[in-house]
Design a protein around this ligand. Structure first.
Ligand SMILES: Nc1ncnc2c1ncn2[C@@H]1O[C@H](COP(=O)(O)OP(=O)(O)O)[C@@H](O)[C@H]1O
Ligand SMILES: Nc1ccn([C@@H]2O[C@H](COP(=O)(O)OP(=O)(O)O)[C@@H](O)[C@H]2O)c(=O)n1
Length: 255
């Protein structure tokens, strides 16, 4: 599998050095709906850093595994880890920042995957294949490589614990399952779709359970992470608090 990004930062490799220069890395981890994507996007914009949406990688593998018949909605079904690994290794992924939507567009083997990858069903497939150590290993280096070209803001579950243990800033953003389900309901209604609060709460809790209790790279705060509960904080307040924390760690903001 290869991943590329289109960004407007120059390649900062200094040819006289054998190792790439080290750039700042900010990790934003936490459960679904905590507001990671929102704060990550704002930080990347403010700092002109690249953005790593690691969940999108797991979602793409989850979706492709579903299309290949390797994963279904039945979570009790046994999944062939080696087949998912082979499929993962066959994918070429590109991230393209989209200023109009405030998200990152994703191309898989030169084809746009579109919004289908973002829905809760695909989130469920993602969390099923995300338990496999070999699949996680296959995705590890390419995530780490994204920090070798410019500053990076990385959004996920294991950014601060496994992928970038030496990151400059680590934040673990949480919110109650109820607050997160309410946000998803609002998001779906805004998009003109229907939404059932109870059903969404159930799926959020099931995904939390799988992500927090898997043996490889479970979702948990790094020891040196700032814990931030956004249940009763609006997105602007969360951004300001994370920005302040970044500043205490030496990250410079122009505005
Ligand atoms: N602090 C907040 N308070 C209320 N809604 C929020 C907050 N942060 C983000 N949101 C909204 O909640 C939804 C989920 O946020 P998102 O950033 O996608 O979460 P995550 O990436 O953690 O799954 C979005 O509609 C977003 O606009
Ligand atoms: N670094 C990561 C990111 C996502 N994932 C998995 O991928 C799923 C989807 O992640 P996501 O970040 O896109 O999900 P949301 O938090 O946006 O709902 C998660 O539920 C995890 O199972 C992971 O295991 N490790």
């Amino acid at each position: 599998m290869t991943v590329s990004t289109t960004d407007n930062t120059a390649l900062h490799n200094d040819n006289s050095q054998t190792q790439p220069l080290r750039y700042p890395v900010i990790c934003i981890d936490g459960p679904s709906g905590a507001g990671k994507g929102t704060v990550t996007w704002r930080l990347a914009q403010a700092l002109d850093y690249q953005l790593l949406d690691s969940g999108a990688l797991y979602r793409i593998v989850g979706l492709k595994a579903f299309e290949a018949g390797l994963v279904t909605a039945d979570t009790s079904q046994v999944i062939d880890e080696m087949a998912v690994l082979k499929l993962t290794q066959s994918l070429e992924i590109a991230f393209v920042p989209n200023n109009a939507s405030g998200r990152v567009d994703i191309l898989v083997n030169d084809e746009a995957v579109g919004e289908q990858v973002r829905n809760e069903t695909v989130g469920g497939y993602a969390s099923q294949i995300a338990i496999f150590p070999k699949v996680r290993e296959a995705l590890l280096k390419l995530q780490q490589d994204m920090a070798t070209r410019s500053g990076l803001v990385a959004d996920g579950r294991d950014m601060g614990t496994i992928v970038f243990p030496n990151a400059d800033v680590k934040v673990f953003l949480t919110a109650s399952a109820e607050a997160r389900a309410e946000r998803r309901v609002a998001q779906l209604l805004n998009a003109g779709q229907t939404a059932d609060f109870d059903a969404i709460l159930t799926t959020i809790k099931a995904r939390d359970d799988r992500d927090e209790n898997r043996s490889t790279a479970p979702s948990k705060p790094a020891e040196d992470a700032l814990l931030l509960d956004s249940s009763i904080l609006d997105a602007d307040t969360v951004y300001e608090q994370v920005k302040k924390h970044c500043q205490t760690k030496g990250i410079f903001f122009n505005s």
